[in-house]
Design a protein around this ligand. Structure first.
Ligand code: HEC
Length: 162
């Protein structure tokens, strides 16, 4: 009886450990997928996140701050889904190129994982998290690249963007 209970307890402990490890693996995989997807889809322009002064805005250290308000989160999802056609001013530098929409190329889950990954590249703790359902809700309202730029101007007036 004593050994039976002991064996049962150790089986349960084993199961918990496997459970925890699977969860950890899933979390790491999510972060890793966001990074891999960023590199394939965004890295060609935004590079490691630092962008290119005067041409491509930096995203590292900024996405977490923009995502600190509900309006900012929406704006970020709008940029990825619908693209953006400036002009913009960031940290005293002007940008006026255009970013293509990704709605036809990336799923809700892919966009959520990329934004979640970028949000970890800043000082905000805990880093904001994006979910596929959040992206799905924004996908339902298509916008032009110019509309997204107008939204950015309105947002910047209420919550000055980094
Ligand atoms: C073809 C080049 C290109 C690609 C690919 C691209 N971007 Fe952009 N991105 C830009 C440009 C250019 C801008 C600024 C547009 C402007 O000047 O109006 C921009 C703007 C942004 C902004 C808004 C920054 C702000 O301050 O408002 C975010 C966020 C962003 N990109 C993230 C991404 C992510 C994430 C991906 C990958 C899914 C991506 N971009 C892919 C060129 C690109």
């Amino acid at each position: 009886m004593g050994t039976g209970t002991g064996r049962m307890a150790s089986v349960l402990r084993g199961a918990c450990m496997v459970g925890t490890m699977a969860l950890l693996a899933a979390c790491t995989r999510h972060g890793h997928e966001g990074y891999a997807r960023y590199r394939t889809n965004c890295g060609i322009c935004h590079h490691g996140g630092e962008g290119m002064k005067g041409e491509i805005p930096p995203v590292s250290g900024r996405v977490d701050k923009i995502a600190s308000t509900p309006e900012g989160r929406q704006y970020l999802m709008h940029v990825l889904l619908n693209g953006l056609n400036g002009p913009l001013q960031i940290d005293g530098v002007r940008y006026n190129f255009s970013m293509p929409p990704f709605r036809a190329h990336l799923s809700d889950e892919e966009i959520a994982s990329i934004l979640t990954y970028l949000a970890t590249r800043g000082d905000t703790r805990p880093a904001p998290v994006f979910r596929a359902a959040d992206v799905a809700a924004e996908r339902a309202h298509p916008m032009t690249t110019t509309m997204v730029a107008e939204e950015r101007r309105r947002l910047d007036a209420i919550h000055p963007l980094p």
